[in-house]
Write a protein that binds this ligand. Structure first.
Ligand SMILES: [Zn+2]
Length: 279
């Protein structure tokens, strides 16, 4: 079910991890950002768009993780974009190969939703030129804010004329910062740098849409950036964590975030041991 969050900007939220798909209306059709998860949800979205007489004219994946790289044939055959680094990651890791898809299905997709997740059109994205400033399409300008916080080539998107900031997998009210511990030399600093970039536009944001979680208004923007930064600082400085997203205060269905947090702590500790650094 589509819900308008700003003029010409609608979202559909998945049952899976409150994943937000963003629909931006342009001249001749819509831009679809992080198209969705479950087959019946994408089918419903395709139906809604057909009723609105709004074909999909472009797609965009905010980063190269499975839950942001899906597509459904019923959404049509528009070009699907990602940052150059996002597309390179899909290519280098051969994520569209059959054996990679089998691995993703086995390791990452929860069994209860697997029958509703099709990997047929998974990861078929075209990389934009390196450092592309915006998504090429016939609609409101969508600025790309690229950084290496959560995944290679992770992109937040800023639709200035609508006041909408799309955060990718950052600034969520339910999901903690998940650092990219594989691809960055300094995952903590990379994450903090990403948050600084978001902070650069925060003053003009009316609506923020995280990749997972609740849409926030103006009052939420700085609060969520601060909350993410405090989490990363706690990791960096080995402070006791007080974050509402971890532990008993986590929202219903998000209790697993505490395990993800524990695993992240453990991996960071292994990293600093390996690097011979402490703290
Ligand atoms: Zn995600």
């Amino acid at each position: 079910m589509l819900r308008q969050v700003a003029e010409g900007v609608l979202i559909q939220q998945s049952e899976f991890c409150q994943t937000n798909t963003v629909v931006v209306q342009g001249q001749a059709g819509v831009l679809l950002i992080d198209p969705g998860i479950l087959g019946y949800e994408m089918a419903a979205l395709a139906d809604d768009l057909r009723e609105l007489d709004q074909p999909v004219v472009a797609g965009f994946s905010t980063h190269p993780h499975w839950d942001h790289l899906l597509w459904d044939a019923r959404l049509g055959a528009a070009p699907r974009y990602g940052t150059a680094r996002c597309a390179a990651t899909v290519r280098d890791r051969r994520l569209t190969d059959a054996d990679a898809k089998a691995r993703i299905a086995a390791q990452f997709i929860p069994p209860d939703i697997a029958p509703q997740v099709s990997l047929d059109l998974f990861g078929l994205i075209t990389g934009l030129p390196a450092h592309a400033a915006q998504i090429p399409w016939d609609g409101p300008q969508v600025r790309i804010i690229e950084h290496q916080a959560h995944a290679p080539g992770h992109a937040a998107l800023w639709i200035e004329e609508r006041g909408v900031l799309i955060g990718g997998d950052m600034i969520s009210d339910v999901l903690i910062p998940l650092l990219d511990l594989n691809d960055t030399a300094d995952p903590i600093e990379s994450y903090l740098a990403g948050l600084r970039l978001l902070e650069g536009v925060a003053g003009d944001v009316d609506v923020l849409v995280p990749g997972h979680g609740s849409v926030g208004g103006t009052d939420q923007v700085h609060a969520r950036i601060d909350q993410d930064r405090a989490y990363v600082h706690a990791l960096r400085d080995a402070h006791v964590l007080s974050d509402p997203r971890v532990g008993p205060s986590a929202k219903d269905g998000w209790d697993w975030v505490a395990d993800v947090h524990a695993r992240q702590l453990q991996r960071l500790a292994q990293r600093s041991e390996r690097d011979g650094t402490s703290g």
